[in-house]
Design a protein around this ligand. Structure first.
Ligand SMILES: [Zn+2]
Length: 467
């Protein structure tokens, strides 16, 4: 005996009478046939796997007449076929199971097929939508660039107005008159676009600094923290981009010509939110704002005259200033005043102050800080008190201003260079700082004129033992 693990086995089928009026051809009995048979199946470990042949035969109960299926009379076969012998259900178990598995598999496959088709078409739609969206954003970007102006008005576009007034374009060898700006605000985002024709030939480091400068001015000017997106387009079509997240204080600088990195997506994507152009600055800054750009007048610096009068002052008053060996950096930024140190004042700080009322750079910074502190901490009403009104409209009608750079202080008098005059004043004019509730007064159009008056003792001084 050997161990059979697969093969063919038979099941005996239970015999039963053949229904209907069958007649035995031998004994003429009616309805006397029984049907019996076997059904074979292929097994594996005696488990039926595949049903195979079914053999049946008909036997007359009366006379034993015997027919195989093949040779059975047709009427008998027909009667049998109305109620055939059935093989046991368990012959089909594995087959049914397999069929079930196959069908399931097919269903799963079909599902995946359909799903991937849907996915594919979704992806296609998505890409198409992205392209459309991108196209739409680029159109908006171009429209916004087209709206850029080289003389933005405060009433129409306060941010561009601010930047136009405050950015020192000359610093980057850019002609400020040719710069066009357009700024819009949406939620907590500001988008500022510059058209600067020759920006592509500005040194890379300066391009970066320019964008940083713009960003700093915006950040310092508004209390609300904004995410600032800056774009600069040059005449060759290049786009220089700086976008930032004010929360994490990072920003990037990208230079490209084909909008490759889709720079202003975040700004343009939510187009249900309307944009606007005016934002209010800190209350105190608004006071200064009213004066910004009112006067464009300034006296050109005459270095020869300045050197000459300064030399005479030192000889006459024995202030003992002498030339410094270390040159000053070319650009000195005055934080408290958000301005660069003017060229004529820079001249002074080439000299070491040994003894005299003209202050050192460090002292100017400290005094400026104090002035700035006083300005921002004085109630608006008090700053604007009518006793500070200058009817000649040369000095702002305020009790103090962070745009006043105090460069002189003797025992009684303080003089400052004024970078934000009223409409009849000069940028860089010299004023006498008001004390004890007195308003500040216009003294001279520029530093040189002031020094000439000083030399001739035509301005009030109290230099005591310095002389
Ligand atoms: Zn018979």
């Amino acid at each position: 005996m050997y161990f059979v693990i697969f093969g063919v086995r038979d099941s005996k089928l239970k015999s039963k009478p053949v229904a209907g009026n069958t007649t035995c051809s031998k004994c003429n009995s009616v309805g006397s046939f029984d049907v019996k048979g076997t059904a074979s199946y292929f097994h594996l470990f005696w488990i039926p796997i595949i049903p195979l042949m079914k053999e049946i035969e008909f036997v007359c109960r009366n006379c034993g007449q015997h027919h195989y299926k093949k040779t059975a009379p047709k009427p008998l076969l027909a009667s049998y076929n109305t109620m055939p012998l059935k093989r046991p259900w368990w012959h089909f178990l594995v087959l049914a199971f397999l069929a079930y598995k196959i069908v399931s598999l097919l269903i799963v496959l079909a599902y995946y097929e359909v799903d991937s088709m849907i996915q594919k078409s979704e992806n296609e739609t998505k890409i198409e939508n992205q392209n459309q969206e991108r196209q739409f954003h680029l159109e908006q970007l171009n429209a916004d660039f087209a709206n850029a102006s080289n003389s933005p008005l405060f009433e129409k576009d306060s941010i561009s107005y601010l930047l136009h007034t405050k950015v020192d374009f000359g610093n980057y060898e850019i002609n400020g008159d040719e710069v066009k700006i357009n700024s819009t605000v949406k939620n907590n985002m500001i988008l500022t676009l510059f058209q600067i024709d020759k920006f592509n030939i500005v040194e890379t480091a300066d391009q970066y600094l320019f964008l940083k400068d713009v960003r700093d001015i915006i950040n310092k000017s508004y209390e609300q923290p904004f995410n600032v997106f800056i774009g600069v387009k040059s005449s060759d079509g290049q786009l220089f981009v700086s976008s930032a997240n004010s929360k994490i204080e990072t920003y990037d600088f990208v230079k490209n010509s084909d909008y490759y990195n889709y720079p202003f997506k975040h700004y343009y994507e939510n187009d249900s939110v309307s944009t606007y152009n005016i934002i209010s600055r800190r209350e105190h800054d608004k006071l200064l704002y009213e004066y910004e750009g009112k006067s464009q007048k300034r006296v050109e610096l005459d270095t020869t005259r300045l050197l000459d009068v300064w030399g005479k002052i030192n000889t006459k008053f024995k202030f003992k200033y002498k030339s410094k060996i270390d040159p000053l950096p070319k650009k000195v930024f005055l934080e408290s005043s958000e301005t660069l140190l003017p060229e004529d004042l820079r001249f002074f700080f080439k000299y070491q102050n040994l003894n005299g009322p003209f202050v050192k750079l460090g002292e100017l910074k400290v005094r400026l800080q104090q002035l700035s502190y006083v300005f921002y901490n004085t109630p608006i009403g008090k700053l604007q008190d009518k006793s500070y009104k200058d009817s000649s409209k040369r000095v702002v009608s305020l009790s103090s201003s962070p745009r006043w750079l105090p460069f002189y202080e003797d025992y009684t008098y303080k003089y400052a260079m004024d970078l934000l005059p009223d409409e009849n004043g000069y940028i860089g004019q010299i004023i006498q700082l008001g004390q004890n509730g007195e308003p500040s007064k216009f003294i001279a159009k520029d530093l040189v004129s002031f020094l000439e008056l000083y030399l001739n003792e035509k301005v009030p001084t109290d230099i005591g033992d310095w002389n």
